[in-house]
Design a binder for this molecule. Structure first.
Ligand SMILES: [Zn+2]
Ligand SMILES: [Zn+2]
Length: 240
């Protein structure tokens, strides 16, 4: 069993709100500098950067999960984690047509660039990524699970794009054990387990909030087992 210092919510330069400095190398260097040894990149409604960052992580000896941050029809953000790149990419491919056909305006929203390891621009994503998919909250959870992924509602305590503010409550029968929150969970959600992450958009923010997961190995099944506190496992937040 090992305790991982995990930051599972990081945006790359592909997210329009993410800094252009968020290249694969910069993300990995920042994770190393801050002692983060398990990370996931979670761009808005796209997985086009997960593979290149996973290669950079592997080269540096860091553990990695493939991720995205999906936006539901009700403007709720849901993190999605996958063990395998192919599953994450298949899910991304399935949701892309459900993203409105609205072009990005870089001057208004920011650049959306797919880059190589060293930050060379390979292509520009034309559709605005920070938009709602044509999927409800429950359909989004189901979609993530259909591709073998683990859905984790993001920053549930925030006024913007958090499930509690957007839906007025946490829907029952979601089967979500792990939720991301900056604050302690309200008493009604005490059965769930809180995870903390940086939601970094700049290299210097990586690891500013993180979760220590004690697990056998890195997988979404182990994340869930840690969230349930099974057999010596745990998930503990650390917010700076
Ligand atoms: Zn978000
Ligand atoms: Zn985010």
């Amino acid at each position: 069993m090992r305790t991982f210092s995990a930051d599972l919510h990081i945006h790359t330069c592909l997210s329009p709100c993410g800094s252009l400095r968020m290249s694969p190398r910069a993300i990995i260097q920042s994770a190393i500098d801050r002692g983060v040894d398990l990370l996931a990149v979670t761009d808005h409604n796209t997985a086009a950067m997960v593979e290149v960052v996973s290669h950079a992580a592997a080269a540096a000896g860091l553990d990695f999960l493939y991720g995205m941050e999906l936006q539901t029809r009700e403007e709720v953000h849901v993190l999605a984690y996958f063990d395998r790149a192919t599953d994450c990419l298949s899910c991304a491919e399935a949701i892309y047509p459900l993203l409105p056909d609205v072009p990005n305006v870089p001057d208004a929203f920011g650049d959306q660039v797919v880059v190589s390891l060293d930050g060379t621009i390979l292509r520009t994503e034309p559709k605005l990524l920070v938009n709602s998919l044509d999927l409800s909250f429950s359909e989004t959870l189901a979609c993530i699970r259909r591709f073998g992924g683990l859905p984790v509602p993001a920053h549930i305590d925030r006024a913007a794009y958090g499930v509690l503010a957007q839906l007025g409550m946490f829907p029952e029968d979601t089967a979500c054990q792990l939720v991301e929150s900056d604050a302690d969970l309200p008493p009604t959600l005490r059965e769930m387990t809180r995870m903390c992450s940086s939601d970094a958009h700049y290299p210097e923010d990586i690891g500013a909030a993180r979760t220590h997961f004690r697990m056998e190995s890195v997988s979404i099944v182990e994340l869930e087992r840690a969230a349930r506190g099974e057999a010596g496992r745990f998930a503990r937040c650390q917010c700076e």
